[in-house]
Design a binder for this molecule. Sequence first.
Ligand code: HEM
Length: 216
Amino acid sequence: MQDEQAPDGARGAEALPVAGIAAPARRHTLALAVAGLLLALIASLAGFLLADGPAAGWAAATRLTARVSALFFLPAFAASALAQFWRSEATAWLLRERRGLGLGFCASHTVHLLAVIGRSITGDAPSPVAIVGGGLAYLCVFAMALTSDDRAVRRIGPKRWRQLHLFGMHYLWAIFTLSYLGRVVRQDVPMEHALLFTLMVYAMLLRLYQWLHRPR
Ligand code: HEM
């Protein structure tokens, strides 16, 4: 799902080479993908155990899985800029593991989708706007996950690959940010939503700064 896997031709402002950081060969892609799935399943289970009845359980699972997804999305979204501006073992690790973080996000967000379906079946169906807007987001998520390796870049070409991943990441960012902004304005669980909204905004500012300082 991440541009670090792409050849140089597919790289853009969001994936500037980071001089001085030698990337060890070993990655933890599968482990991170499985971690996304397990954490989302555990969050759903916790939602059901703490909720009062199945309808409330699906609702809690929907909210908690979105939060797990945000924890995978944020570092994947900001990794390149973080590694460029703060060179350290930790930021080099984030950069190296972006594909795994992206796949972890995909796995966790698939559980979000299942929770949304469960919630709809128990009577709380989403609005047509949420179905269309969210549906397009899922097309992006699955398309990016399926094209997250070098072979896919060769198959569809670096330019189209970059367009897909750039559009997808920014579209997902917009949904997260607007969802949290709406909740902050309505003051639902203000601290958690305000924190996630702030982190989303910081991540975008960082990417913007990186883009403005790209080599021309
Ligand atoms: C068809 C697709 C989707 C539907 C129908 C849907 C539906 C929902 C529903 C019903 C909730 C719970 C609302 C509440 O009880 O407050 C929710 C929460 C949320 N969803 Fe989705 N969603 C979809 C896709 C997405 C996508 C693609 C993203 C992110 C890119 C996303 C991010 C969120 C966030 C951030 C929350 C709030 C979680 C919280 O309260 O902390 N959703 N979604």
